[in-house]
Write a protein that binds this ligand. Sequence first.
Ligand code: SAM
Ligand code: SF4
Ligand code: F3S
Length: 447
Amino acid sequence: MRSYFVETWGCQMNVLDSQRLEGVLQARGLCPAARAEEADVVLLNTCAVREKSVQKVVSRLGELRRLRDANGLPRVVGLCGCVAEQDGEELLRRLPVVGFLLGPGHVEDLGVALDAWEDGQRARRTGFDAPSFDPGLIARPDSARQFVTVIHGCNQRCTYCVVPRTRGAEASRPMPEIVAEVERLARHGAREITLLGQTVNAYRCPTTGADLAQLLHAVCGVAGLWSVLFITSHPRYFTPRLLRAVGELPTLGTYLHMPFQAGSDRILRRMARGYSRGRYLDVVARLREARPDLSFSTDVIVGFPGEGDADFEETLRLVEEVRFGQLYGFVFSARRGTAAAALGDRVPREVAKARIERLFAVQGEIQLALNRALVGRVVEVLVDGPSRRGAGRWQGRGRDNRVVNFDGWAGLTAGQLIRVEIIGASAHALLGRAAGTPGGGERPLPA
Ligand code: SAM
Ligand code: SF4
Ligand code: F3S
C-alpha cells in the first residue's frame, strides 16, 4: 500500500487542514508513514506569517530534494498551505522538488493534483475561486480534543499580515452543518471542541444569520461535551449578546485568546487594528465582569515600524494591567505585499530583540504568580496521556487551557476527566496529584 507523511507548520487552522489532507489521502487508500523518508507522498502544510517560517520551508524542501523511492525515482512532494498561496509560483519555478501547489482554498483538490503528478504535470491549485469544505473527509485524530472551523478567511486588513491573502475572504459555515459536525464528534468521544476562525467572533451563519453567541448556545447544548473554546477573538466583535453568552454558558472553557498586538494607540493605528488601547481594556473588563475566572491569552508584535521606547512601555503596561495567562510574542517581520513592509522607521533588530526579551521576562513573572496562586486548588483536567517528564507522570489541561503534569495511576487513559490537586507551579505548567484513588478520584463524564 502506498504511504504518506504530512508535515505541519503554523496555526490550528493548518493543523485541521492537515487532517483534511490526510482524509483525502486515506480515501485514496494511502496509509500514514512514520517518517517523510519512508513515504511515497510527502506534503508540507506551510505557514507564511513570518519570513522565518518561509525560510524554514525552503530549507526543508532542500532536504527533501534527495528523496528517492526504491527504483531511484523522485517521491511526490506537495507544497500546501499558506506558503503555496503566497510564494508558490516562485518556488515551483525555482525548485524542481515541488511536485504541485495546493493552497488553503483547495485542500480537497489533492486527489486531482496527485493524478496530474502521475501524468507528469505539476498542478497549481491556488486562489479562492471555488473553495470546498467536506466535514466528512477529515482524518480525525484519536483524541478527546477536536478542532472545528466555523469561519474561513479574514476580512481585516492589519497592515503587517499576509493571512487575508493566503486564506482569502471571510466565509462562515452554516450553523446546522457545524452543530451536526460537533454532535458527530461528541458521539465519537470528543470532550473538548475548539471553534476556529481568524476572527471567530465575526461569525455570521450564511443561512440563518445567527451570530457566535447563538452558535455557542447550540454547540454548548451538545450532549457529552466538557469544554467549548473559540479562537481567535478580535476585540471589535464582542457584542453585548456575546458577552452575555460568555457569562451564561458554563460549558464554555475559561480560556480566551484575544490578541492586542500593541499597547500604544499610535502603533495600533499604524497596524490598522480598528480598536484603541482603551477599547481593548474595556472589552477585557466586560468579559471579566461576565466571567470572573477567565484566563486571557494574547499575541503581541514587538518592533513594529515606528515603535519607540514610549510605545513599547505602553505594551508592557498593558501586559501588567491585564495579567495574561499566556502570551505569544513576535518580532515584526516585513512581509512582501503588506502595507507595513513599505513603512519607514524600521526598528533595529537588536532593539526589537531586547524589547521582546523584556516582554517575555515581565510575562514570565506574571505567569508564575498566576500559576502559584492556584496551588492548593483542586481542578478538573482532561488527560492527554503520559507526561514526557518521567515515569508515572501524566499530562493534561484544565478548562483554562493550563498544562497540568500530575501523578496518577497506571490505567489512566487519554480522554479521561479527573480531578487534580495542584501542589506546585512553574511559569509554564502546574504540578499536581490526582485527587482520590483509582475509581474514587475519577469524575464521571457529563451525561
Ligand atoms: N487573526 C489573529 C488576530 O487578529 O489576532 C491572528 C492571526 S496571525 C495568523 C497570528 C499572529 O501572528 C498575530 O496575532 C500576530 O501577532 C503575528 N503576526 C502576524 N503577522 C506578523 C508579522 N508580519 N510579523 C510578526 N508577527 C506577525
Ligand atoms: Fe491577520 Fe489581522 Fe486577519 Fe488576524 S485579523 S488574520 S492579524 S489580518
Ligand atoms: Fe500561518 Fe497561514 Fe495560519 S500564515 S498562522 S498557517 S493562517
